[in-house]
Design a protein around this ligand. Structure first.
Ligand SMILES: Cc1ncc(COP(=O)(O)O)c(C=O)c1O
Length: 377
């Protein structure tokens, strides 16, 4: 019965970085309150792990009722907003019991509220579809929905809300953020109540506009150390810190000669002698298989890149920039690397995502269950 050595891969959730990033949202919008968006299990970080770093938020926004229960189990007594509201009339019972705020985006949700028996009226966020065409009442139906809600004894305060399709980029004038703000304002200017419009990109890029920052911002991806408008800007520009590190080790090395190929499909063929390292990390860990040759990686804190196709449990990296590396060398797939010559090393998740044709959000959320996770400062 020998003691089992674990596979060397692990993920680290950085509590201090979460707190730092949330403080950036606050600094950008000092007169607004900040929801930390923790849907999808805190963007793959785990609600319980992320909570200590985000607990200075004014509220939490999510959409899964189980996740709302988990937050209350952590003794969070402040606001929790259900971003998609109730999925069935029964959900209103939980809203009453756990004092959840909920989005109303559809007439059926108003019908359910009207039939709901509750001692305490609910705070609701009435959502407008101001151009994204996902959820919400169209501007011409918004006022009638507001009036219906306002007349219900089950409803306490009504916050007015919308969501931007293009806060991260300069879209054409018909679909851009300014057009959505104008639509929202035109339909709500004489309605009372607080407002909530901004996601991360709007919080960082448009906070100077009081109509955008409004009363509540909903900070998701920025809290997790990914630049919402990458590659136009990166985390250094926005002073954000990675909150998730995925790291592993070299478990083998290979010395290639010209003409030798690497991995499935032999998609990479060496043009001359090349030393590569084999990393214990593959797509079954959540590393994107679409990340082709050249995807950035840190080996012992030195920037290098992947070689060939990612397999289920392994990938290969070029060891040319780190000739001293060998079996056991630390490899950072994304996040914080080891100190190198007294300096911190970082590989933003956005760069890996870009190489795989996706965004940091998807990589965080896809971290596989088999990867052990621990928390660090
Ligand atoms: C309604 C709503 N608000 C806020 C957010 C947070 O967005 P981000 O992570 O870009 O800040 C989301 C995420 O998709 C959302 O659906």
């Amino acid at each position: 019965m020998g003691c089992k050595m674990p596979r060397p891969i692990e993920a680290i959730v950085h509590t201090g970085a979460l707190a730092h990033n949330l403080a950036r949202a606050r600094a950008a919008t000092p007169d607004a309150r900040v929801f930390a968006v923790v849907k999808a299990d805190a963007y793959g970080h785990g609600i319980e792990r992320a909570f200590p770093g985000l607990q200075r938020a004014d509220g939490f926004a999510l959409l899964d009722l189980n996740e709302a229960e988990r937050l209350r189990a952590l003794d969070w007594r402040g606001p929790i907003l259900l971003l998609e509201g109730c999925f069935s009339p029964r959900d209103l019972e939980l809203c009453s019991r756990l004092k959840l705020w909920h989005v109303v985006h559809d007439t059926a949700q108003i019908d359910w509220l009207a039939a709901h028996k509750t001692q305490e009226p609910h705070r609701v966020f009435l959502k407008m579809n101001s151009g994204m065409n996902r959820l919400g009442f169209r501007p011409d139906a918004f006022r009638a929905a507001w009036a219906r809600l306002n007349a219900l004894p089950q409803v306490d305060e009504i916050t007015l809300m919308t969501h931007f399709a293009n806060a991260d980029a300069d879209a054409d004038s018909r679909h851009g953020l300014a057009a959505q703000v104008a639509t929202f304002r035109a339909a709500t200017h004489d309605l009372p109540g607080e407002r909530s419009l901004a996601n991360s990109a709007a919080t960082l890029r448009h906070a100077a506009d009081a109509a955008v920052r409004a009363d509540w911002v909903r900070a998701g991806i920025l809290s997790y150390g990914s630049a919402p408008d990458f590659p136009a800007q990166d985390i250094h520009h926005w002073d954000l810190q990675p909150t998730m590190t995925l790291r592993s080790k070299l478990i083998a090395t290979q010395d290639l000669q010209a003409g030798d190929a690497v991995g499935y499909g032999s998609t990479y063929v060496a043009s001359g002698p090349l030393r590569i390292g084999i990393v214990a990390c593959g797509y079954a860990d959540g590393y994107p298989r679409h990340a082709g040759t050249g995807t950035p990686v840190l080996v012992e804190g030195v920037r290098s890149s992947t070689v060939g196709r990612v397999s289920m449990d392994m990938l290969a990296v070029d060891l040319t920039p780190v000739p001293g590396a060998g079996v056991g060398s630390e490899v950072t797939l994304w996040g914080h690397g080891p100190q190198r010559e007294g300096r911190a090393t970082v590989l933003p998740i956005d760069e890996v995502a870009q190489a795989a044709g996706t965004i940091g959000y998807e990589l965080m959320c896809a971290l596989a269950r088999r990867v052990p996770v621990r928390s660090a400062d």
